[in-house]
Design a protein around this ligand. Structure first.
Ligand code: F6P
Length: 343
């Protein structure tokens, strides 16, 4: 078969490991050829491809990013976008498409399959870990490790200066990175999109904590966290083709509120894209590899419209539609576990 491969949305560590696994097994076991689409759906719309074979995949397993490039292009927002995708696939003789992405990229895959009969198989990726149907997405473990390392470092300097250090992490709709890294790093507060921020309660906890002596407090905030109505305001940013506002900046607002309300010296560190770049952890490499191997098998079973997913240690297939139907937000039990360490 001629199998198209694309990576869409925000990149994450492990994408190259998926590509390598798909191509290695496809070429070696099934005798496939591959068409690498550049920059996600944009490459399909514009017919931009690159060579993709075992040779091209050498050495990419430990590399972050994606050799295919990525974008947030939504073909359904481009004039004649879906038709242009179909033309490209037909012209290049692409029999099936492996789409590696999060809710947006897979949402497009699902529509192209359902509405236009495209033979798609999905692979879930996102550092945010907010995709339903799979217990975890690759990229998440690496992002958590980066955040945890940063929190550890912030702890020692916060102790020296008796400061409150706010650490802003990624997490648009779900606070998985904040919650898991917060527990691993011993955060004094974890602020997530799932719960409106009660800044008064946050400050009370910090004051109570610092009254006990010279304490370093690390406040971890997910970039998508929102304030309780009327407490403080956030600036809004640009919107992408999937309707997402560009986030970032809440950490500074929180630090300012803490300074004003408590008098503590509060500073902010924004981890930003550091969480998305660089080499994947061993866990992410293995998960991404297993996803890739199962994805190419799914292609050869012609089990279209499916996404590979991790459930109870096994890689299973579920309908993409199920995965993109609703976001997987942080389990309240995990948030309650964070709270035990407040104050
Ligand atoms: O979708 C994953 C994510 O990491 C979000 O947490 C974040 O809002 C977004 O990507 C930022 O992506 P970019 O800077 O590439 O627009």
């Amino acid at each position: 078969m001629n199998v198209g491969v694309l990576t869409g949305g925000g990149d994450c560590p492990g994408l190259n490991a998926v590509i390598r696994a798909v191509v290695r097994k496809g070429e070696k076991i099934f005798g496939d050829t591959f068409t690498g689409f550049q920059d996600g759906w944009k490459g399909v719309v514009e017919g931009r491809t690159m060579t993709l074979n075992v040779e091209r995949c050498r050495g990419i397993l430990p590399r972050g990013g994606t050799i295919l490039g990525s974008s947030r292009t939504n073909p359904f927002k481009v004039d004649g976008g879906p038709e242009r995708c179909l033309d490209t696939l037909k012209r290049l003789g692409v029999d099936a498409l492996v789409a590696i992405g999060g809710e947006d990229t897979l949402g497009v895959a699902n529509r192209l399959h359902g509405e236009h009969g495209v033979n798609v198989v999905g692979v879930p990726k996102t550092i945010d870990n907010d995709l339903s149907g799979t217990e975890v997405t690759f990229g998440f473990d690496t992002a958590v490790q980066v955040a945890c390392d940063a929190i550890d470092r912030l702890h020692t300097t916060a102790e020296s200066h008796d400061r409150v250090l706010v650490c802003e992490v990624m997490g648009r709709h779900a606070g998985w990175i904040a919650a898991v890294a917060g527990i691993a790093g011993g955060a004094a507060e974890v602020l997530v999109p799932e719960r409106e921020i009660d800044i008064d309660a946050v400050c009370e906890n910090l004051i109570a904590r610092h009254k006990k002596g010279r304490y370093a407090s690390i406040v971890v905030v997910a970039e998508g966290a929102q304030p309780k109505e009327g407490s403080f305001a956030l600036a809004s940013g640009e919107v992408d083709e999937f309707g997402h506002v560009r986030l970032g900046g809440i950490g500074e607002v929180i630090a300012k509120e803490i300074r004003q309300r408590t008098g503590f010296d509060a500073r902010v560190t924004v981890l930003g894209h550091i969480q998305r770049g660089g080499t994947p952890t061993a866990f992410d490499r293995v998960l991404a590899t297993r996803f890739g191997l199962r994805a190419i098998e799914t292609v050869h079973d012609q089990d279209w419209g499916k996404m590979v997913a991790l459930r109870a240690g096994k890689i299973v297939r579920i309908p993409i539609a199920e995965a993109v139907a609703q976001l997987k937000t942080v389990d309240p039990e995990l948030l309650a576990d964070c709270e035990v360490f407040y104050g």
